[in-house]
Ligand binder design. Sequence first.
Ligand SMILES: Nc1ncnc2c1ncn2[C@@H]1O[C@H](COP(=O)(O)OP(=O)(O)O)[C@@H](O)[C@H]1O
Ligand SMILES: [Mg+2]
Length: 164
Amino acid sequence: MVNAFKSAVKYFKSFPDIRKDRKNSIALLGNPGAGKTHLLIAVANNLLNNGISVHYFPYREGFDEIKDNLDALEEKAQRMKDVDVLLIDDLFKRGATDFEVKTMYSIVNYRYLNHKPIMVSSEFLVDDLLEVDEALGSRIVEMTKDYLVEIVGDRRQLNHRLAN
Ligand SMILES: Nc1ncnc2c1ncn2[C@@H]1O[C@H](COP(=O)(O)OP(=O)(O)O)[C@@H](O)[C@H]1O
Ligand SMILES: [Mg+2]
C-alpha cells in the first residue's frame, strides 16, 4: 500500500516528462479494498487540475452500458482512444468476454502506438492478466512497467473497507 501511494505520487510528478514515452502509464493491481481506485482517482483529479483530460472507464459498468447500446460503441471507443489519459478501473472485473478483450485491445493498442497513457486498476495480478489475454496483458505491462504495483498480503490490513 505504501508502495502504491509512492508510485502514484511519483507518477503524477513525473507525468509531464514521461507522458510521451512508451512507458507512460500506471497500474495498481491486487487486493480489493486496498485503495487502488482511490489513488488513481486522486491522480486523475490532479491531472484534471493541470488541464489534462481524463476519461474514467469503470470496466464492468462500462461494458454493460456498451452492450446495452452497441450503436454507440464506435463513438465511445473513439473517445477512449483520443482522451489524454484513460483510467480503466477494475479491469476484467467478473471476467472478460472475447468481445471485451477485443474492444479493450483495440483501444489499449491504439494508445500504445500513439504514446497515450493509461491508468489501470485490477484485482488481477500480472500473471493473471497475461493468462486472460497475452497480447492485451503484455501491452498493459509494457506501458505500466515503471509504475506497476502488485498489492498482495494480509487482506484485513490492506482492506480500508474492513479497517475500522
Ligand atoms: N488512503 C485512504 N484513506 C482513507 N480511505 C481510503 C483510502 N484509500 C481507500 N480508502 C477507502 O477505502 C475503500 C476501498 O478503497 P478502493 O479505492 O475502492 O479500493 P480498491 O479499488 O483497491 O478495491 C473506499 O471506500 C475508499 O474510499
Ligand atoms: Mg477499485
